[in-house]
Design a protein around this ligand. Structure first.
Ligand SMILES: [Ca+2]
Length: 569
């Protein structure tokens, strides 16, 4: 630079400074005016990583596939492995124990195990309301011990931040007559609900239809504020209940048996890129070894399961159409994921001990009071056991371990464990105005705790330090928004614990154990299926991660455990 040039450069600098001074407030004014997105969180129940089309399934899910094709699929997203803790963690952005629900909805008298959402935790709905969002929920709550329609409701959806609620307070029940069915705060039956009288009542349709109604009524009321909606389907949790029109489509689709379906999924998953070098884990039973005389029944279980997923996808399609018709699809972030992996529970696979006798129809206002009804609303006895063909309301059967293993292709283990078969979930993110990548894959490791951070980030809400006089722990997660338009990954540390099954993910490493079993160590980049235990090959790494898990367990209220007086083991 010469002396001669200086004044000119200074002049240029001044001009730039002037432009900058005028331009930046202009830009920030635009940013302030940019409408904040609506946010819809859709969660399904008891489904494996490979159960939707865009993650490898043969089940028809064209609407979820279309969201994935126009947005992103995450390949390493985690839930907690079980219904209640997942819901507690998702809604609060904390680990489940910090939110008071480390196990199920039962009070074990320890801070991490009260069975009801902690007052030292705030829900996404509560936070987003402070930023002017309307808040709606349709579906399963399952984070309170308060079940009775006449008792305290202080930890019900309406009391925890949702303006409107339609759904169930407990975690499971008949799809034709759900236990704890509620509109707002009022206990209802499918027959006496004045707000919803379809030709044929089916809970999955009811969740979809009520969600569509919330979206439409938000628009009709000309509200200019954005909304947050939480849709928590009970599909495809047991019982295998579905509509005959949906089941018919899947007749014969599974006749080739477990291995053929599992291998087809495995091949498709690799082609799609949702798994990389994961090998296929060992199946619990081969199709040829399943009793020949029960095969028609076993096939029917999976046909009904597929129909349940299909029906949910149809409902998601109706939701997308409503958003499109209202001109709101482009500025709505839709997240879809699952609450835990495929369920190996044996529910209803043995005959009913004492079936009800005769036909005694239920009255219009007669509330269902059982998770497993003794009778359908029409009055017929509900039956379980082999060769009771699932689907109708007079049956109550789970699809069983072998199909759960197919759902969890290619992983090991099931719902309620911390192995990948328990905690791996798809995550689809769709937001035309915010996500530029189409049909993208994201390898960023993530967890339910990230949903709160994402909502806070996109809504501009302040996450409170104190809420209603209670102190709030800081959010545990990180916003997903950073990965919406970038494939770069950030190393994470993520904790897991449920009924003494435990895990910690740290970068590419995962330390995991079953209940009262030794730690196993896996390299998740090479062995996502957890088949080659490296704990002995890398003892120092295993030890360091085990120590980290212990210290994090104290911090995140895994300790003290139920039955423990002090802290630690
Ligand atoms: Ca579940």
């Amino acid at each position: 630079m010469t002396e001669h040039n200086k004044p000119l450069i200074m002049k240029i600098k001044s001009i730039f400074l002037l432009i900058f001074t005028l331009w930046v407030p202009c830009l920030s004014a635009v940013a302030e005016k940019a409408p904040r997105p609506n946010i819809i969180v859709i969660m399904s129940d008891d489904m494996g990583y490979s159960d939707i089309g865009c993650y490898g399934s043969e089940i028809d899910t064209p609407n979820l596939d279309a969201l994935a094709a126009a947005g992103l699929r995450y390949t390493q997203f985690y839930n907690t492995g079980r219904c209640c803790p997942t819901r507690a963690s998702l809604l609060t952005g904390l680990y489940a124990h910090q939110a008071g629900i480390g196990q199920m909805v039962k009070d074990y008298g320890r801070p991490g195990y009260r069975g009801t959402l902690s007052k030292n935790a705030v829900t996404i709905a509560e936070v987003l309301k402070t930023a002017g969002y309307s808040t709606y929920m349709a579906g399963k709550w399952h984070i309170t011990t308060q079940l009775g329609p006449d008792g305290s409701k202080e930890s019900w959806p309406r009391q925890r931040g949702f303006d409107r609620f339609y759904g169930t307070i407990i975690g499971a029940g008949s799809f034709f007559d759900p236990w704890t069915l509620t509109r707002g705060e009022k206990a209802i039956t499918p027959d006496n609900d004045e707000g919803y009288q379809p030709e044929q009542y089916y809970y999955t349709d009811a969740i979809s239809d009520n969600a569509v109604r919330y979206v439409n009524e938000h628009k009709e009321s000309s509200k200019e504020n954005p909304f947050f909606m939480y849709m928590a389907y009970t599909a495809a949790h047991w019982p295998m209940h579905a509509l005959e029109k949906d089941i018919a489509k899947y007749k014969g689709r599974y006749d080739a048996g477990y291995e053929a379906i599992r291998e087809a999924r495995y091949k498709k998953m690799k082609e799609l890129g949702v798994i990389k070098d994961s090998k296929l884990s060992k199946a619990p039973q081969l199709w040829k070894d399943f009793p020949e005389d029960l095969k028609a029944w076993e096939l029917r279980c999976m046909e009904v399961y597929a129909a349940m997923v299909d029906n949910m996808d149809q409902g998601i399609g109706r939701l997308v159409q409503a958003l499109k018709a209202n001109g709101q699809l482009d500025n709505t972030l839709i997240l879809y994921f699952q609450d835990n992996g495929g369920c190996a529970e044996n529910r209803g696979r043995k005959p009913t001990a004492k079936p009800a006798e005769g036909v005694v129809p239920m009255g219009k206002d007669e509330l269902q009071t059982l998770m497993v009804p003794e009778r359908s609303r029409a009055g017929y006895p509900v039956l379980t056991g082999v060769n009771v063909m699932p689907g109708p309301s007079e049956t109550y059967i789970a699809y069983g371990r072998n199909w759960a293993n197919v759902s969890n292709t290619p992983f090991r283990e099931y719902k309620a464990t911390n192995h990948e078969g328990g905690i791996a979930t798809p995550l689809i993110a769709h937001w035309p105005e915010g996500i530029r990548t189409k049909n993208g894959l994201r390898d960023q490791v993530g967890h339910l705790i990230d949903v709160m951070a994402t909502c806070v980030d996109l809504s501009g809400a302040d996450y409170p330090k104190i809420y209603k006089g209670y102190k709030m722990p800081p959010m545990e997660g990180m916003s997903l928004a950073g990965s919406f338009n970038s494939g770069e990954t950030v190393d994470r540390q993520i904790m897991f614990e449920h009924y003494m099954k435990r895990a910690i993910r740290q970068g590419k490493w995962k330390l995991v154990s079953l209940k009262r079993q030794p730690w196993e160590l896996y390299d998740m980049e090479e062995d996502r299926s957890e088949l080659n235990n490296l704990a002995k090959a890398h003892p120092e790494k295993a030890k360091a991660m085990a120590e980290l898990w212990e210290s994090e367990a104290h911090r995140t209220l895994i300790y003290p455990k139920p039955g423990q007086k002090g802290k630690g083991h």
